[in-house]
Design a protein around this ligand. Structure first.
Ligand code: APR
Length: 328
């Protein structure tokens, strides 16, 4: 059996880390595409020239031609501008929608059978746009946000409780914006509720304050990194998160990961892409796992979906030539 082929559209900060992780894990042969001439070729040469040290046997190619993504099993998209300090992800809509349209047309033409994982922001709107342009079945167009947002939440809990993050489970659902929904009720350390641990440590009132602060930090975690970096946004963590998703698909792992998926009535949402728990395997999004939200969670989730809808409603004015498809 031949090796898998992974194409990365966007060879910037995240694209470079993605390429290196694909190689280190020997996920398959990798193509790195960017519109900037020579840069993706340079990055791939750089990574390839350490194959002996890192002990991997995969082919790495940088390119400026979409033809090179032909036959891809998975395409991961990071093309687009990152935020600058003070910007929200939503501020990227106008410029990144135009880029995403172009990228989606390239994928549709040259890699029509691929699974597509999108990282570009604003995430939920970019995933929606890619699905509309490609017309691919929704189980093959997936957004990376929840894996990272959930991991951030898990990290804050682990640091607070002084336990290994490997034993922490917590999920963040909804849109990948400031309205995202960390699910506090089910946050646990090897099955033991986090809230109970916080109450034992601090008492009722302070425990709630501590949890609220972790929830708030989770929602703003991307911005915290943007502010510190001063130039660009998080890149190691989104890359690793997307690789976990790609690996789940390529190795048919049936992992349960929060992904940006098209809802058809689940969680009370019809026909919008937002973050929900999914089973990821060889069929892409093989299942959306629905569970009962309590009234407060549902209200936050609905609020988050409303924010995503607001962005989707803006797309036809940004891409007037696509208004018909976008409104369909
Ligand atoms: N086609 C392909 N690549 C493009 C296009 C295009 N039309 N337009 C821009 N790019 C490339 C840029 O040349 C750049 O190399 O996308 C790359 C983006 O890389 P960075 O600017 O380093 O951004 P990065 O940190 O990788 O983030 C990419 O992911 O998390 C999101 O908000 C983030 O939207 C941003 C995206």
């Amino acid at each position: 059996m031949g090796r898998a082929k992974i194409s990365l559209i966007g060879g910037g900060q995240i694209g470079g880390v993605l390429a290196q992780l694909c190689a280190l894990r020997e996920l398959g042969d990798v193509v790195l595409f960017d519109i900037v001439e020579n840069m993706p070729q340079g990055k791939m040469l750089d990574i390839a020239e350490v194959a002996r040290v890192d002990q991997f046997d995969v082919d790495l190619k940088g390119t400026n031609s979409y033809a090179d993504i032909a036959g891809s099993d998975i395409v991961i998209v990071t093309a687009g501008l990152p935020r600058k300090p003070g910007m929200s992800r939503d501020d990227l809509l106008g410029v990144n929608a135009k880029i995403m349209k172009q990228v989606s047309e390239g994928i549709k033409e040259y890699a029509p059978d691929s699974f597509v994982i999108i990282i570009s922001n604003p995430l939920d709107a970019m995933v929606t746009l890619c699905q509309k342009v490609t017309g691919f079945p929704p189980e093959r167009i997936i957004g990376q946000a929840g894996v990272l947002d959930s991991n951030r939440f898990c990290s804050f809990i682990a640091w607070e409780l002084g336990v290994s993050v490997r034993d922490v489970n917590a999920m963040v659902l909804g849109g990948h914006g400031d309205t995202m929904v960390p699910i506090v009720r089910y946050a646990n350390v090897n099955g033991i509720p986090v809230m109970e641990q916080l109450v034992r440590k601090y008492g009722e009132a302070k425990a709630k304050e501590v949890m609220d602060a972790m929830v708030q930090r989770t929602k703003m975690a991307g911005g915290e990194v943007v502010k510190l970096l001063g130039n660009g946004s998080a890149f190691y963590s989104p890359a690793s998160s997307a690789i976990a998703m790609a690996e789940a698909i390529l190795r048919d792992q049936k992992r349960v990961l929060p992904c940006c998926a098209l809802l058809k009535g689940e969680f009370g949402v019809d026909n919008y892409y937002v973050g929900v728990p999914c089973v990821l395997g060889a069929g892409g999004i093989e299942k959306i796992i629905e569970f009962e939200l309590d009234a407060e969670e549902q209200a936050m989730f609905d609020n988050s979906v409303a924010a995503v809808k607001g962005l989707i409603d803006e797309l036809p004015s940004i891409l007037p030539d696509m208004a018909d498809v976008l409104n369909s």
